[in-house]
Write a protein that binds this ligand. Structure first.
Ligand code: BGC
Ligand code: BGC
Length: 659
């Protein structure tokens, strides 16, 4: 992360903290009343057997207050050394989006493993007055083991949602867990089971669908893939890791899609729209739940005892631990990064505390001694954390996948990711130009044709994913490269991007366009418009020469693209496909006999906007293509000229140009 961006981010944090403090003095948001009986009752299988429960109880008895408090803190590898664990017996560490071993985000897999092993070794050391307890190491493996050079990059969840194939999601989660296990980690902060209701939210692409029932199916599939089935023993040894269903609850429902914003809905709506994924994920045995930065009707989720304790742990039967989000406790009224008993008493079991964690440790010990935190509450949290560690098999020493780096971006994982890319593509328009005949003359171009960063999206190598280079993922294939290879293999001819079109006309031009990568905080937008002009200009340029065009649109959300759709002969929503651009060529370029090798099976899992001003999710919003829409070769559809008016109205008046 560039320093200026990091600084801007920190400034925002500070402003938010100050605002929080002021708000607290003025009119502190009221705790929301909840009615647990309105929520789904879940009765998951116990996470560990009764003999293990007894072992955990005995272990908790032997721990000092200091050791117990250590268990409930997770800090970032950029802020702690393995040796620190001798003085501070922390229960967990994480690698945040921008962290890497020795501050190197491009560290080799072996360096990640060496670091994990150093932490594990100190935690398990035999020392007087110390109970050896493994330290659980978490990382944002949200579309593959995406922080690690050379890992396989799967489509982000929005693309997987379009596949409508939960079993594909299960297989991807399992393959991801395997890659995580090779580098010595035990815990993925995934899946995101947000149900994004407003695509202006910059994290929309982390969600599978705006439809809660689809999200529930994917939640269960992803948990099973990451963790293995309920009750499985020696999970780590078998290449599984802990999952974290996040962010509880209502992260996708904030007003105007504001990141970390306020979800202003009734309790019934919270239950109907945002809870089904949690019920399904808990039923599938999710070991952890991450609390959301967002608020529900003004109350920050990290302080929402009714939801975290009465609903999640009570009514919904959740037996694992609640992890806080990155420094999120600091935003509760009256809290700071290093002091916030409120979050813990509300039900957060483990603080994600990249900043100020040493003082947090000291303050928590004082809170317990002063009775601000009851010993029963502390024991409950520690029991939950140990339960997860036992359920994972962390007390077994065997970790056969460690160091098996051949799994990173392996042939099998590449094939799986390529299958996922094929299944995620949604064809929004095709007047017959697709599939491309393999012996055609083709230009492959477009403003984003050369960018793996755009193809992979945020949460790739770094937090925002904006500094990815092709060399970081040597196995990765750009869609442009794959398309060219398929044309060449079929005996077709490729023209240079700057070919003189008045002399040599291709049969078709493929224009690859997309948005710069972004992640949380930086991805929010005001209007859902695709406003990078270069793609449209390229399409119009070819049109002037009478050359048919195919637009490949790489994006983290549906955007108002009617001008681009009108200017192209075929338009493919390809989302953020990751490292296997070959999946795009598989579907777009025909076999030697001219018939398609694969049909389009992807269907929208979010509505596509007809208007930039009245997006589908706004009241009386305008929908161009509904959820479930997608053309296939088998069922061609003629797309009329679409309205280019920003308000989406029929074209009685001349289109509003946004040049
Ligand atoms: C995000 C989480 C993520 C965590 C750790 C937070 O800012 O909201 O989704 O797991 O950081 O990187
Ligand atoms: C970290 C991310 C984290 C974000 C939250 C970044 O500096 O690298 O992991 O999610 O801050 O604010």
């Amino acid at each position: 992360m560039r320093d200026s961006v990091r600084l801007a981010h920190r400034v925002r944090l500070t402003v938010a903290v100050v605002a929080g403090v002021l708000l607290c003095g003025a009119n502190a948001p009221q705790a929301q009343t909840v009615h647990p009986a309105l929520w789904p009752a879940v009765h998951p299988q116990p996470l560990v057997d009764s003999a293990t429960e007894a072992r955990i109880a005995a272990l908790v008895q032997r721990l000092s207050v200091e050791e117990k408090v250590g268990q409930i803190i997770q800090t970032d590898i950029s802020a702690v050394t393995p040796a620190d664990l001798r003085r501070y017996p922390l229960g967990s560490i994480l690698a945040g989006g921008d962290s890497g071993p020795h501050d190197n985000e491009r560290a080799k897999p072996a360096d990640w493993l060496a670091l994990a092993r150093e932490f594990h070794a100190v935690a398990l050391e035999a020392r007087p007055g110390h109970e050896p307890i493994p330290v659980i190491f978490g990382i944002d493996a949200v579309h593959g083991h995406n922080n690690i050079v050379g890992a396989e990059l799967y489509p982000h969840n929005i693309g997987l949602g379009a596949s409508h194939d939960p079993d594909l999601v299960r297989r991807i989660a399992q393959a991801t867990a395997e890659e995580v296990a090779t580098t010595g980690m035990d815990y993925a902060f995934a899946p995101t089971i947000a149900v994004p209701q407003d695509m202006r939210w910059g994290r929309s692409y982390e969600g599978f669908s705006s439809d809660p029932q689809w999200v529930a199916q994917f939640a269960s599939a992803a948990v099973l893939g990451l963790q293995g089935p309920n009750g499985m023993e020696h999970r780590l040894a078998r290449g599984h890791v802990a999952a974290s269903i996040k962010h509880f609850i209502g992260d996708g429902g904030t007003t105007l899609g504001e990141d970390q914003g306020n979800t202003q809905v009734s309790e019934e709506t919270l239950v109907r729209l945002h809870a089904p994924g949690y019920a399904a994920g808990i039923e599938a045995g999710a070991l952890t739940v991450m609390a959301s930065y967002s608020a529900w009707n003004g109350q920050k989720m990290h302080g929402a005892k009714g939801l975290l304790t009465d609903v999640l742990k009570g009514r919904m039967g959740f037996q694992g631990f609640v992890i806080g989000d990155y420094n999120a406790h600091a935003f509760l009224p009256g809290c700071t990064k290093s002091h916030c008993p409120e979050a813990f008493n509300a039900g957060v079991d483990m603080y994600m505390a990249p900043l100020g964690w040493r003082d947090l440790y000291t303050n928590l010990i004082a809170d317990v001694k002063a009775g601000v935190i009851a010993m029963t509450r502390l024991d409950d949290a520690v029991t939950r954390i140990l339960r997860v560690k036992f359920a994972l098999g962390m007390f077994d020493t065997e970790r056969p996948l460690e160091g098996r780096f051949e799994h990173l971006g392996s042939v099998e994982h590449r094939a799986l990711a390529r299958e996922a890319v094929r299944k995620s593509l949604v064809l929004l328009k095709n007047d017959g130009v697709l599939p491309i005949r393999p012996n055609a003359t083709v230009i492959v171009t477009g403003p984003q044709a050369g960018s793996l960063a755009v193809q992979a999206g945020g949460w790739t190598l770094s937090w925002q994913g904006d500094d990815v280079r092709s060399a970081d993922f040597p196995q990765a294939e750009l869609a442009a490269t794959a398309l060219k290879a398929a044309i060449r293999a079929g005996g077709g001819r490729l023209l240079a991007e700057d070919a003189d079109l008045s002399k040599d006309k291709p049969d078709v031009a493929v224009v690859i366009m997309g948005a710069r990568p972004y992640a949380e905080m930086y991805g929010d937008i005001k209007l859902p418009i695709y406003n990078e002009r270069t793609g449209l200009l390229a399409l119009q340029h070819f049109k002037e020469f009478g050359i048919p065009t195919v637009a490949i649109f790489l994006s983290g959300r549906p955007l108002w693209t009617n001008p681009e759709i009108n200017a192209s002969n075929a338009f493919v929503a390809a989302w953020l496909p990751g490292s296997e651009g070959g999946g795009i060529a598989d579907v777009l370029v025909a076999a030697a006999n001219g018939t398609a090798r694969y049909d389009f099976t992807g269907r929208l899992s979010f509505a596509w906007p007809r208007s930039a001003l009245l997006p589908p999710y706004a009241p009386q919003g305008a929908i161009q293509f509904p959820i479930g829409f997608g053309i296939s070769y088998d069922h061609p559809v003629r797309t009329p000229v679409l309205s280019e008016r920003l308000d989406g109205a029929a074209d009685a008046a001349p289109p509003v140009r946004i040049k």
